[in-house]
Ligand binder design. Sequence first.
Ligand code: AMP
Ligand code: MG
Length: 707
Amino acid sequence: MSFDTIVVVDWSGAAAPSPARPSRDAIWIGIAREDGVEASYHRTRFDATEALGALFAAEIAAGRRVLAGFDFPFAYPRGFARALTGTDDPLALWAEIAARIEDAPDNANNRLDAAAKINRRFPGNGPFWGNALGRDIADLPRTKAGYANPFAERRTCDGAPGAQPVWKLAGVGSVGSQALLGIARLHALRERFGASLSVRPFESRDTPITLVELFPSLIAKTVADLAGPDEIRDRAQVRVLAGALRALEPAQLDAMTREGDPEEGAILGLGHEARIEEAARRAAAPPLTPPRLRNDCFAMPQGVNWVPVDEALAKLRAALHPVTGRETLPSAQAQGRILAAGCSARRSNPPRPNSAVDGYGFAHAATGAGAQRLPLVEGRAAAGQPYADTVPPGAAIRILTGAILPEGVDTVVLEEDTATDGVTVAFDGPVKPGANTRKAGEDVAEGEPALPAGHRLRAPDLALLSALGVAKVEVFRPLRVGVLSTGDEIVASAALPAAPHQIWDANRPMLLALARDWGCEAIDLGHVCDDPAAIEARLNDGAAQTDVILTSGGASAGDEDHVSALLRRKGTLSSWRIAVKPGRPLALAMWQGTPVFGLPGNPVAALVCSLVFARPALSLMAGAGWTEPQGFTVPAAFSKAKKPGRREFLRARINAEGAAEVFKSEGSGRISGLSWATGLVELPDGALEVTPGTPVRFLPYAAFGLV
Ligand code: AMP
Ligand code: MG
């Protein structure tokens, strides 16, 4: 069993409200959830108990499981419970203490008088001692002088360094007062939450709320290390310990809560300090950010001339890794995001066996072949309205789609196959056992993996996560993709005037839209002229705010190819001459730690290179893994004598006959063909004679993640 929320309470036995300003030796509550840890300050025990009650109720309503730990003893040395209640059950002792303790909303309380009254039942002047009040209390020794205790001084687990005996009611660390007052309040919570709450290790049931005893001093050194510069110690204790417990392996934590003595209880984590301290440090560490890419990651071996597409893709895949950090989001808001950790079902779907149809439910064993007539029980079972009683064998119940099968029902007959007068239902047997029912967990069982890390969340995934009770998901932060256009002839926007020798920037809107389609954060780095200083300044700017930069234009090796020239001089350029058409060399470089994809300026080549090379590369960097477009083979509706040496991508769409037709011109300046097309036909590296009917591979735009 795993806990969603960890609560750590630093309790107080104070006799008056703590100061209004958060201070030490008061009640502090630390709450750790998947999205972080918070700490709150409470001036009175009543206020704290109210807050805990509200928290528990809210978490139960949300279907979440809570482990709440308190820093006072939950039990006493052996024999005390029996002497006071007649049983060894520590929870019977809780009821007994609760009946004796009066604790007002302003912290005024009778703990010392209640302790004296208990002392009176035993020979000697113990077991309780310690009174710092002005007045004497009969049968409660002020100090330990001349003290005789009929019980052991300490529980076995009180051997923990710094732990105090439970009998001590005054002086430093008088944990005895905290226990008497705390147990009374916890008993009230037990009564309020009934079967939804259990106390370990005394009870072993799995319940939405689990209470345990703990002792933050077990990890005092780590708490001190991880406390903020001016943080109040009590606050740091609950914050660090809550975070640490949440960072433990769930199974390990669950096992820890079950350790200990059935009579004397246990301090959670005693003997496992190193493990908890390690978890505390892990929880305090900043979110994992992967290492940056190496500067030489795009290097091509010397002497390589034309690289085949598949080899270029393999090189790219080997060079890259995920580069974004992680965050936790409500699942419903995580559409389009990539899971950084896999999700498992928090509850089975369906949670209980239920009916798949509207009809009548009964126990199969009591039916047979031929005409069946079963008396109907009163009432019905409907979705959201379970039937609370048992349906006796040989009887049937009206049941509707989605209703939980009542006790005694394992089979449902379809309404259309029955006749009824409201008192009896008749149908023809035999009916198959379990007919028209859905088994609990037949879709997904509790704990089963539902979605793997690296999965991009789409609309149906949000349905699945919600159905399985997964309210939050750990996802990668979106990859920040900067887009920069270069070229003296380019006018930044179609909203601006363009002289005849100028053209409007077609690539930037296209590449920004591609980045958005791919679930990335698209960052517009604008347009710069073919001026090395201007390009350099813009790349500096871009590298500081993006994870990857796509440039277009100036990427070849000519005089006016300023992007590649600059990357060669100041970055680490590797010009990949890829055997692909359309497409010229792809300039790959690292610029101040940020990878730059220098795409050709020609919009047709820019799109093809983006889809074929940038798309899988960005997917890998974003955490979704390498992607390969899923194409399908269709007959060609065109003719072409393809030469060997380069892989070719043709703008194409599927015609009414299901064959691939290609755009009327292969001219790489024909932007209209990109819009005419619904995908690309991919022709292999070798020579190919295509005639109508030749099988060719068609890659729809959607296969490249275009929306
Ligand atoms: P380049 O790669 O700079 O040699 O450019 C190749 C061709 O693409 C030239 O005809 C450029 O005018 C054109 N081109 C470059 N950048 C863009 C752009 N952002 N939008 C439209 N055409 C462009
Ligand atoms: Mg140019």
